[in-house]
Design a protein around this ligand. Structure first.
Ligand SMILES: C[S@@+](CC[C@H](N)C(=O)[O-])C[C@H]1O[C@@H](n2cnc3c(N)ncnc32)[C@H](O)[C@@H]1O
Length: 346
């Protein structure tokens, strides 16, 4: 997920139009600074970058500050229903391109997202699981491989086609369905008390409205059912998070310390950005502060049972030649994974 510096405006504003984002695309899903990748858009390098580069960066930042339009300061709703169809249409157009790029996965999935989600789900063979916004179905297949019976939904038909094509094993344990997770009635049509667990990997921040899903889950899930989700970290891996690297001297040695600065966090906002370098068009993102996200879950009867903020393992840190990569920041988690559990029977 690429992001840029921006100002929060006091009134709700529309998205910047297509092509109004920076032309610099230096990041990979999820998102900047995938190990071995080249880093983050909206990043600052305080040393080792050419003057021309710094001027270009400054220009970009200033220009972006002017033209980036964020949704208003006082919005307390986690939902942006006016973008429901636009967001999903963009995903449908991007699906094949994304699937070609991500292919069999990346380090975010391998090291951060999947092991953590798997541990938190703690699936048992035969359990019924709902995979929300399954994309090309990588995690759905992984769960089916563990013996779960998976219903995998996504609204992007082209992603589902890729998911079906990629499902060579356990196809009797996976059903792919086209379903819009912002449509509460559609979600409820999946059936009452049907699922032992629901999972949503790296997609809530891509979904314009989350209340329809979260308010429907208590009906879909069995008593004390669990809902595990992973998202790009709303603090450290959101749009206004800038990667910085400082070079300094210590005991005669040149050191580089990497970190993140952020400018906007407390208000929900929506924006368009490029998840992968070279992406043909930007996708829509929806920033929600952590409290808003969890309070939405609490409102519909979930309690937070477990939360993890995984970081890249040490062996990747030395391998990353880009000081702005998340893998060079062992103290900063790029993703957040949470397990919500229904506290009572609905
Ligand atoms: C970044 S991909 C993540 C896919 C997959 N969960 C994974 O971890 O690889 C985001 C997915 O969210 C899906 N999505 C976005 N909005 C949706 C909606 N309203 N209903 C269903 N799926 C949606 C997109 O089609 C896309 O497949």
């Amino acid at each position: 997920m690429c992001r840029a510096a921006g100002r929060v405006l006091s009134q709700p504003r529309p998205f910047p139009g297509p092509g109004k984002q920076s032309s610099r695309s230096l990041c990979s899903a999820w998102h900047h600074g995938v190990p071995g990748g080249s880093g983050a858009r909206g990043s600052t390098i305080t040393s080792g970058e050419s003057r021309a580069g710094l001027i270009a960066f400054f220009f970009q930042t200033v220009v972006r500050d002017v033209r980036i339009e964020l949704v208003g300061t006082m919005q307390h709703s986690p939902d942006f229903p006016e973008y429901n169809s636009k967001a999903i249409e963009a995903w449908d157009r991007l699906a094949e391109w994304w699937d070609d790029k991500i292919g069999d996965g990346n380090e975010f999935q391998d090291y951060l997202i999947e092991p953590t989600t798997e541990r938190m789900l703690a699936l048992k063979a035969g359990e019924q699981v709902l995979d929300v916004a399954c994309g090309a179905g990588r995690f759905a297949r992984r769960m089916a491989g563990m013996g779960a019976v998976v219903t995998a939904i996504d609204q992007a038909e082209r992603f589902l086609n890729r998911a079906r094509d990629r499902t060579a094993e356990n196809d009797d344990r996976i059903t792919y369905l086209k379903l819009d997770a912002t449509d509460r009635a559609a979600i409820l049509s999946l059936g009452e008390r049907r699922f032992d667990a629901a999972v949503c990997t790296m997609a809530l921040m891509d979904m314009s409205s989350i209340t329809p899903l979260i308010s429907a889950l208590p009906t879909l899930l069995k008593p004390h059912g669990r809902f595990v989700f992973s998202i790009t970290h709303p603090v450290f891996n959101s749009w206004t998070a800038r990667h910085v690297a400082e070079q300094y001297e210590q005991d005669g040695e040149i050191m580089v310390k990497s970190g993140i600065t952020i400018t906007d966090y407390a208000q929900p906002y929506s924006y368009r950005g490029f998840g992968i370098p070279g992406q043909p068009e930007p996708q829509y993102y929806f920033h929600r502060p952590i409290s808003l996200l969890f309070n939405t879950c609490f409102r519909y009867g979930f309690v937070l049972d477990r939360m993890e903020e995984p970081v890249f393992p040490e062996e990747l840190q030395s391998g990353a030649n880009n000081p702005l990569a998340f893998s060079r920041m062992p103290f900063i988690p790029p993703v957040l994974v949470a397990r919500m559990v229904l506290k009572s029977i609905y």
